[in-house]
Write a protein that binds this ligand. Structure first.
Ligand SMILES: Cc1cc2nc3c(=O)[nH]c(=O)nc-3n(C[C@H](O)[C@H](O)[C@H](O)COP(=O)(O)OP(=O)(O)OC[C@H]3O[C@@H](n4cnc5c(N)ncnc54)[C@H](O)[C@@H]3O)c2cc1C
Length: 381
């Protein structure tokens, strides 16, 4: 009889896990079922380009039903509500499914860090809907530019990867029609990167007219201003929050061991405290060797967890997820035709990394998109 494998969440990790399992075994051996609360996969590394109108929704999404039906994988566009790992049952809005093995890959959610007024008055950049809202708000603001005596201010909060990419792309979009201000708590942008990379990114941002403000911790956000702990204020026509992510609230309903921040604890084989339940990507915390939360980690972990399930089924040895620090590469875009590729060993700046980033996105989406309509669709129950 086929083993039932359920995958909760079809992001980078979940998609890779499902496709790799299908590569390893046929429908006769594995009944693979995927749940996602959304019908579409979103390529999050390009969300800032959707928010600024550089890319369309279609260009950075994948229709999950089409992707999976082509591979003989059942897809349920439903949110997972809870899991009982003891009885091996997963519950969604509409159904309950018994599983032999489970992979959780439900990612994270935006984190407003309890800043008063932030959820009501600042837009964030985590989902398709968020990017859409930002795009509409910018258009609305630009349309009204003529009524302002001074260019309106757009404040981007957060000097990490998302904030930097967003600010650079925004500056290209609005040009002189609005002032883009990038603020953060640290003394420079891109904490954790080399001085060389930081210097390059800061130079590009300044060239584009972005006003960089450091050592500023937000205390409150109102509809028209951002206040800081040092008592200063910035009047803001549009505030965009890029202040990080937190654990998905669903993690608390999975019956699994989590860390103090509610990320799911996994060993190096990516198993939770229930050995037939795996967690991968951003939702997981590899407690012996914590990993960076990136698309590259999520994809690699999804693939590895799939392989480890197949190994368990076949009484083979499991493999650890232990990448070397030097394996990590970061591609950071800085608006039009500018980017850098950062690794422990090297830094590549300019047009080449910009093209590499565009290529990585195209390759990922092209491989998984349904350029060929499935000849035969399976019946989804
Ligand atoms: C704006 C932005 C820019 C980024 N840029 C980069 C970058 O340049 N490079 C890079 O490597 N990384 C980047 N990242 C990080 C990268 O996108 C994540 O590390 C990656 O998406 C993690 O993959 P994942 O599969 O763990 O989670 P996700 O890709 O977030 O997928 C989680 C999936 O779970 C689904 N889900 C959530 N809750 C439920 C539920 N209860 N039931 C069912 N389904 C559920 C979601 O709909 C989603 O499809 C960026 C992230 C953002 C937000």
């Amino acid at each position: 009889m086929a083993h039932t494998i359920v995958i909760a969440g079809a992001g980078f990790a979940g998609i890779e896990a499902a496709l790799h399992l299908r590569d390893l075994a046929s429908k006769k051996d594995l009944d693979i079922r995927v749940f996602d609360k959304s019908k579409y996969f979103t390529y999050q590394p390009s969300l800032h380009m959707l928010a600024t109108g550089v890319k369309s929704k279609k260009a950075i999404t994948i229709d999950l039903e089409l992707l999976f039906s082509k591979k003989g994988i059942r897809f349920y566009p439903e949110a997972i509500d809870k899991v009982n790992p003891k009885t091996k049952t997963i519950y969604s809005e509409n159904r309950k499914v018994d599983f032999d093995y489970l992979i959780i890959g439900t990612g994270t959610v935006n984190n407003y860090r309890n800043v008063p007024g932030a959820p009501e008055n600042a837009l964030c950049l985590k989902t398709l809907a968020d990017a859409d809202k930002i795009k509409n708000s910018i258009h609305h603001l630009i349309d009204k530019t003529k009524v302002y005596s001074q260019p309106p201010k757009i404040v981007v909060i957060g000097t990490g990867l998302t904030g930097v990419e967003m600010a650079a792309e925004l500056a290209d979009m609005v040009k002189k029609r609005a002032q883009v201000i990038l603020v953060g708590t640290s003394s420079h942008i891109l904490k954790g990167f080399s001085f060389d990379a930081i210097g390059y990114a800061e130079k590009i941002l300044k060239k584009k007219g972005v006003d960089l403000q450091f050592n500023k911790s937000v205390s409150k956000i109102d509809s028209s201003k951002v206040s800081f702990r040092d008592k200063s204020e910035i009047y803001s026509s549009l505030t965009i929050w890029c202040g990080g992510v937190r654990a998905n609230p669903v993690n608390r309903r999975l019956g699994l061991r989590t860390n103090e921040y509610h990320f799911i604890m996994v060993n190096n084989f990516l198993q939770t405290n229930f050995l037939d339940v795996f967690a991968v990507g951003d939702c997981a915390y590899q407690f012996k060797t914590p990993q960076a939360m990136t698309a590259q980690t999520a994809s690699a972990q999804g693939k590895l967890a799939a392989g480890n399930i197949w190994a368990r089924i076949n009484d083979k040895e499991l493999v650890s997820y232990l990448p070397k620090q030097s394996d990590y590469k970061y591609l950071v875009s800085l608006g039009k035709y500018k980017a850098f590729l950062f690794s422990q060993k090297s830094l590549l700046k300019g047009l080449i990394p910009y093209n590499i980033k565009a290529f990585v996105e195209k390759e990922f989406l092209f491989k998984r998109k349904n350029w060929i309509w499935p000849i035969k669709k399976i019946n989804l129950k």
